[in-house]
Design a protein around this ligand. Structure first.
Ligand code: ZN
Length: 339
């Protein structure tokens, strides 16, 4: 990831939009003046009227009601005349107005003190890039979640069928999304490889991002080796990408939602366990939400990590247990049957 969220960059983008629309208008106007000089004459006259009004105001005679009424009448006549010339020559009557990307806020980004929806959209786009999973979310989201991979029959040793189980989990996931931001919530998704754990986390991540929150997705291995060791044990203080490394490291702690995928598949040592615990524990204390997926169960986590780590998870996380057939195998089988 070579990108971290930067509000200044977003505001600069709005700046550029405003400059572009101003330049675009200038260019169109100049070209039109050459083609239709009568438009320029009208604009000059309109400008003179305005100047006259300003001059009168400066002199203290600006409250001349008769003059202002006359000026207003003249302006509207001139504007009408201008409009007719434009239309007669095949132009839109608004041809000499600025064209904004967003007409609601005129590319200011704010309406009063409120963020305009265009600014919110830019923030969401930047959050997508920063999340590490932006390229997957178009394919992997709730609208593409395929329930048919989950068996509807319940086996004797199952409390519910895999289908019923995933239905419950989806309902709880939607509850998580609804409450996100109001309350601290954590989820650990247990299940063997190929049960749809990562797919589910992607579904949740997309909804959270679309609300404008920040999300940071990492595999447990990537998190430890790349982000944590890459920052804490970097060789050279002057490394050009230190700022980026620092930002990513800090993002582990301050992202609104952190997703640690595939816990248990990374290489584990005392150092990595300590770092992992620090991230998870810190986020619990600061009330930030985390989702972990793992092919281990809580007993496995206790064995592979520490009792303390497993304890923090058990106390602070909701358990989602996904079971049923291996989706990758079902997909393969379906593909073979089709050919
Ligand atoms: Zn706007």
């Amino acid at each position: 990831m070579s990108y971290t969220f930067d509000m200044d960059e977003i505001l600069k983008k709005l700046d550029r939009r405003r400059n572009d629309s101003a330049r675009d208008l200038r260019e169109r106007r100049e070209a039109l003046y050459e083609k239709l000089p009568e438009i320029k004459e009208i604009d000059d006259e309109l400008r003179n009227g305005t100047l006259m009004a300003i001059r009168k105001k400066v002199k203290g005679t600006g409250n001349d009601i008769a003059f202002l009424a006359e000026l207003e009448k003249r302006n509207s006549e001139l504007s009408e005349k201008k409009k007719n010339i434009l239309i007669k020559n095949g132009y839109d009557e608004n041809y000499l107005e600025r064209r904004y990307v967003c007409n609601l806020c005129k590319d200011e980004g704010y309406i009063g003190n409120e963020k305009c929806k265009c600014l919110k959209q830019l923030i969401v786009e930047a959050r997508y890039l920063e999340s590490n999973i932006s390229d997957r979310l178009e394919q992997e989201n709730f609208s593409t979640f395929d329930m048919s991979y989950y068996r509807q029959e319940r086996l004797e040793d199952e409390k519910v069928s895999p289908y019923e189980n995933i239905q419950n989990i989806l309902a709880k996931s939607k509850e998580f999304i609804k409450k996100f931001g109001d309350t601290s919530q954590n989820i650990i998704i247990f299940g063997e490889t190929g049960r749809g754990k990562t797919f589910l986390t992607n579904c949740i991540a997309k909804e959270i991002l679309d609300e404008g929150h920040s999300v940071f997705y990492l595999t447990a291995g990537g998190m430890v080796e790349d982000v944590i060791n890459g920052y804490l044990f970097r060789r050279n203080e002057e490394e050009y990408d230190d700022k980026e490394k620092k930002a990513r490291y800090e993002f582990l702690f301050n992202a609104d939602l952190l997703i640690i995928d595939d816990l248990g598949t990374e290489s584990v040592n005392r150092q990595s366990v300590t770092q992992l615990f620090r991230v998870v524990n810190d986020r619990i204390i600061s009330g930030k939400s985390t989702i972990i997926s793992s092919n281990l169960d809580i007993k496995g986590i206790k064995e592979n990590y520490t009792e303390r780590f497993a304890g923090r998870i058990a106390e602070n996380y909701d358990f989602f247990n996904i079971f049923g057939a291996n989706i990758r195998m079902v997909k393969k089988k379906r593909l073979l049957e089709r050919h």
